[in-house]
Every structure is written in C-alpha cells, then in structure tokens.
Design a protein around this ligand. Structure first.
Ligand code: AMP
Ligand code: MG
Length: 319
C-alpha cells in the first residue's frame, strides 16, 4: 500500500539530514544522492521497510539489494572480509565499488534485503553527505536506484521526483551525480573473483590489484542490473551507429557528424564525462519523442565497459 504523494527534493542541511535519518530509522523511504546514481534507501534490517522499496520500484522480489554503510568498520560487522576483500575495499572505498561477500551477521540485513541469499552486497558511497546520513541512521541502508525498475536510472533529484511521483518522501538533493553510472559489482564469495556488473570503478583497476576478474558463474542470481532489458528509455536504441538515419536522433561520442540532431556524450571523447552524461542524455532525447535513437560506438575499456553494458540493456528487446 503506497500513499499517493510526492518525492520532494530537499537541500542538504544539518536539519534535513537529521530528519532524513530519523525517517529511515522509523522505517520510511528516503532518496539520497550518491556518486553513482540516486538511491532509494530503507533500513536493511527491517523487512517491512525493505518491502516498501520493492513496492515503490515494482522491483522483482528475487533481486537482492545493495547495503550501504558509512565505512569499512560498519561493513565488517555484517560481512566477512578476507585479505583480498580488505585490499580492494581499502583501495576503492568510499567509491563506486560493490563487494559481494559472505554474510557474517544477519542482524543488520534481513532476508528480504538479500533475497534470501547467504551473501551480502555492500558498498561505502563517496559523498560525505551520504556517509553522514548513513552514520546518523546507524543501521545498514538498502538502496537500489531511485527509479521504477527497468527504467533509466536517476542522476538528478528532479529525475527521482518525476519517476517516483506515486510515493511520498524526501529526496536529499546532492546535485548531479559525479560518476553517473551504477557501481561495479565484484563477487568475492569464492576463490575466483567475478565481475557481476561493470560500473564506476574500471575493472582494469581492480584487476591490477587482485588479478583478472572472471565472468559471472552459471549459478549467479539474475539480479536487475543483469537482466537483458534494463535501463530502458521509451525510444528504441540502435547501437554502434556512425550517424542517424531518417527519423532518428543521435547520441554521439567524441564529436558529432555535421548537421546531426542529438547530444554528444563527450565532445572531447572522455569516458568519465560520457558516463556522467549518459542517463540525462538518454532522458533528454527520449523526451523529444523520437521513436529511435542511434548511438555512437563507445570504446570498450575503462568506464566505456559500464556505458556499453547499460546501452546494450537499454537496446535489448523489452519483456
Ligand atoms: P542495483 O539494482 O543497482 O541496486 O544493484 C543490485 C545488484 O547487486 C543486483 O543486480 C545484483 O547483481 C547484485 N547483488 C546484490 N546482492 C547480491 C548478492 N547477495 N549476491 C550477488 N549479487 C548481488
Ligand atoms: Mg537500478
């Protein structure tokens, strides 16, 4: 049961942070900015609070949530860290890296938040204001992207307000997200480190520390970010296009063909800038009502792997 209402963007102040933390403690939803995308948070130890996330997003129940904590010490209370996990956590946290680890204590993270799995996905977000909120909340906060499941992820407070207009609550407005694509997810529950989702930390940088990352194993759960169709605009996407055809708008990279109508993700061909602009650009082009968006080829390296992953899922046939 969801009250009809509005998600209200709020300036971040000491007072609004304290209010948001007490809303979270009381089992209510709060949307907040991270460096990746805006998250829709609920206390992870409370099945009723977690149920509100699944309902608000219409997210399939079998898709587990990422627990957000303010620091490594808090992460260690709920997950088991081996030497390898400790090393990558120290290298990339706070930051856009999610680690899947064996669950240590279910006290902080209820079954519903983990979709019943014996492992836990966990992350320390970069913005100080997000970590302040988590510290004030005092419990792990489950927080998937603050958008209806399957649609474009929100990278501005206004995107959250528009996408989740059917629910009530606050959106802590931290401005546009600095990274703009979701976290990289690495599964460290087994001997072999596996890349479950490319994201805001380049897989190459993780591999430099712990060796190459394997592909997801056969029994890996099919969580939202791993479904074929996800991150989808209304328009159909045509990938690796040299330019637009009749009736198409163009999503370019590193320069637009002359006279082309569309948006260049990064005129100077910078992958971090392109990642930052990706979801807003897709929203804007979608908003212009084009039936099709042609998309330039993006280099498959560094953040380009995350961008291409999102574009492939955005282009996939819809269920
Ligand atoms: P998001 O939809 O961005 O919140 O990301 C959630 C993702 O985290 C899912 O798509 C899964 O790929 C991954 N995930 C969360 N919990 C687990 C877990 N216990 N084991 C494996 N993957 C997980
Ligand atoms: Mg999402």
């Amino acid at each position: 049961m969801l009250a009809t209402g509005v998600m209200r963007p709020r300036k971040i102040t000491k007072a609004s942070l304290a209010r948001a933390a007490s809303a979270l403690r009381a089992g209510r939803l709060v949307a907040f900015a991270t460096e990746t995308v805006y998250g829709l948070g609920a206390r992870a130890d409370d099945p009723r609070a977690v149920a509100k996330i699944y309902a608000a997003k219409r997210r399939p129940r079998f898709n587990p949530l990422i627990a957000h904590v303010p620091d490594l010490a808090a992460a260690k209370r709920i997950a088991s860290f081996d030497a390898r996990a400790e090393m990558v956590a120290r290298a990339f946290w706070p930051g856009p890296l999610t680690l899947v680890l064996p669950l240590r204590s279910s006290a902080g993270v209820c079954n519903a938040a983990r979709a019943g799995l014996p492992s836990i996905a966990i992350r320390v977000p970069a913005p100080k204001q997000a970590r302040d909120l988590l510290r004030l909340a005092g419990v792990p906060i489950a927080a998937p992207s603050a958008n209806p499941s399957g649609r474009l992820s929100p990278t501005r407070a206004i995107d959250v307000a528009r996408g989740l207009s059917h629910i009530q609550g606050d959106v802590l407005d931290g401005g546009p997200c600095a990274v703009g694509v979701e976290s990289t997810i690495v599964d460290l529950t087994g001997e072999t480190a596996r890349l479950l989702r490319p994201g805001g930390v380049a897989a190459e940088d993780i591999a430099a520390l712990i060796g190459d990352l394997a592909a997801p194993g056969g029994n890996t759960i099919k969580a939202p970010g791993m479904l074929a169709s996800h991150y989808a605009p209304r328009a159909q996407l045509r990938l690796n296009a040299g330019g637009p055809e009749a009736g198409e708008l163009y999503l370019g990279f590193g320069g637009m063909p002359q006279g082309t109508d569309g948006i260049d993700l990064s005129p100077r061909g910078d992958l971090a800038e392109a990642a930052r602009n990706l979801f807003v650009a897709l929203r804007d082009l979608d908003g212009r009502g084009a039936a099709r968006i042609a998309v330039a080829a993006i280099p498959e390296k560094g953040l380009g792997r995350a961008i291409n992953d999102r574009l492939r899922r955005a282009a996939a046939p819809r269920p």
